[in-house]
Design a protein around this ligand. Structure first.
Ligand code: SF4
Ligand code: SF4
Ligand code: SF4
Length: 437
């Protein structure tokens, strides 16, 4: 017996008939006959026995493309993904550290979750403790570091101190380091630091066009940061051409019409440079009273505007084997005092500390267990049975854990679903229009 895979969806728009397969993350344009044939299988629950020769050939094609599957095949696929996610979560060979050497920042973004956090910079004793903490990870062979804050470039010397020691570790190689920075503090010292210790990636955020950005990302004296960030992108891309510079352009429903304008500006200024950009989607949460976040419907509208302005729209990514560092046993977020957290958003919040680099104890086992056992969503039947499972990371572990431990109502679903089952069809139709135009 064969059934239509739960990772397939057939739908139509006028005379266009489409089938999306999330497991292969592709979609097909169908003839009306093919569409009706697949719909009849869907309605009947499984495929009947008697078929013409043409139908038999088509059925074989559907099996080959994993559109028609053995009834157990989808569960087996999900189980394999779960095993892969668990294997990744419990692997100890690569240590992944997000280090916030300070929580201070020179900007005053009103929405910042680092506001009102303690001031200070990681001291020598703590920095040495971080190095010792890495040495004590017996199974570790490689090290990945992300510099985070506050604004990490406030304390370039501390980063230098740590990088010098990481590069002297005997049995563990630093294979990648990247930085999340507001992009305002690029000076000669930063350039020479990242020449000496080549940086792999730098992420800088823009909050829309110059006008919108400057209203959200400004200095203590109220002056905007857009111009200096653009100058610094120029500087990094010229003086450190190997650094992969990713510009996250935050979009919510108050500024998504800026995106093309900002994209055009970046294209014109940095063509041929190692600079890319992407939309940072700020998704609405159930119960959240903000009206400036982004829903699936906003995303459909955003895609339509991009298509009309000739910009390509990024296709959904295959996320099934990906997860967030918050659920990795060998991933740690380290604050300026050497305190350990699971999630980037926890930095500086004492009740979210789960331990310290200075001892081996988990001091908040309830939180730690919730992240490790439930953060990935592999035990969530809604996810296991969801069409989007192969292209969804099953949501932010922090939101999931917050729902679990605090009874919150965070929406976990990706923007392709996000309280709106039909939105995916509209998004795929936008991809279709982009493809055939
Ligand atoms: S730049 Fe980042 S750390 Fe600094 S205030 Fe803005 S959001 Fe917060
Ligand atoms: S748990 Fe969520 S908020 Fe925290 S680092 Fe992961 S994706 Fe980001
Ligand atoms: S988080 Fe939502 S969209 Fe993602 S797999 Fe789970 S149910 Fe589907």
């Amino acid at each position: 017996m064969f059934v239509l895979s739960r990772f397939c969806k057939v739908f139509s728009r006028g005379d266009v008939f489409l089938l999306y397969n999330s497991k292969r993350n592709n979609f097909y344009e169908l003839s009306r006959d093919a569409y009706e044939f697949i719909q009849s299988i869907q309605n009947e629950g499984s495929i009947s026995d008697s078929h013409s020769e043409d139908e038999k050939e088509f059925i074989e094609l559907l099996k080959e493309k994993e559109i028609l599957v053995n009834p157990l095949a989808d569960d087996a696929y999900v189980d394999d993904i779960v095993i892969a996610r668990n294997t990744m979560s419990y692997s100890r060979t690569n240590i992944s550290l997000t280090i916030a050497p300070t929580l201070m920042c020179n900007l005053r973004c009103p929405y910042c979750f680092e506001q009102n956090k303690p001031i200070g910079i990681m001291d020598d004793n703590t920095a040495d403790g971080v190095v010792e903490f890495i040495r004590n990870q017996d199974a570790a062979k490689t090290l990945n570091v992300t510099w985070f804050g506050g604004e990490p470039l406030i304390c370039t010397d501390r980063i230098d101190y740590l990088l010098e020691r990481f590069n002297r570790l005997e049995d563990i190689s630093l294979i990648n380091h990247s930085i999340v920075t507001n992009g305002t503090l690029i000076d000669d010292k930063v350039i020479s630091l990242f020449r000496e210790y080549p940086l792999n990636d730098m992420q800088i955020t823009l909050d829309g066009n110059e006008c919108h950005h400057n209203k959200k990302r400004f200095h203590a004296d109220g002056s905007g940061s857009f111009d200096e960030i653009m100058c610094n992108i120029e500087r990094i891309s010229t003086e450190l051409p190997e650094v992969k510079l990713s510009i996250r352009i935050n979009v919510d429903n108050s500024n998504f019409r800026d995106y093309s304008e900002v994209a055009d500006l970046l294209d014109s200024k940095f063509e041929g440079k190692n600079v890319s950009y992407y939309p940072g989607i700020l998704i609405a949460n159930k119960g959240c009273e903000s009206e400036t976040f982004f829903t699936s419907r906003d995303y459909v509208e955003f895609m339509r505007l991009l298509r009309q302005s000739g910009k390509s729209i990024s296709y959904p990514t295959h996320h099934a084997n990906k997860g967030c560092c918050a659920t990795g046993i060998a991933s740690h977020v380290i604050g300026p005092r050497g305190e350990l957290y699971r999630c980037w958003e926890h930095v500086g919040v004492p009740q979210n500390e789960i331990g310290s680099i200075f001892d081996n104890k988990i001091t908040n086992p309830r939180l730690f267990r919730a992240f490790m056992l439930h953060g990935t969503g592999v035990d969530d039947n809604n996810c296991r049975n969801c069409l989007l499972f192969p292209i969804c990371s099953c949501g932010c572990p922090n939101k999931r854990v917050d729902n679990l431990l605090n009874g919150s109502k965070n929406d976990l679903c990706s923007v392709y679903k996000n309280n709106d089952e039909g939105a995916l069809e509209d998004m795929l139709y936008e991809y279709y229009l982009q493809t055939v135009k």
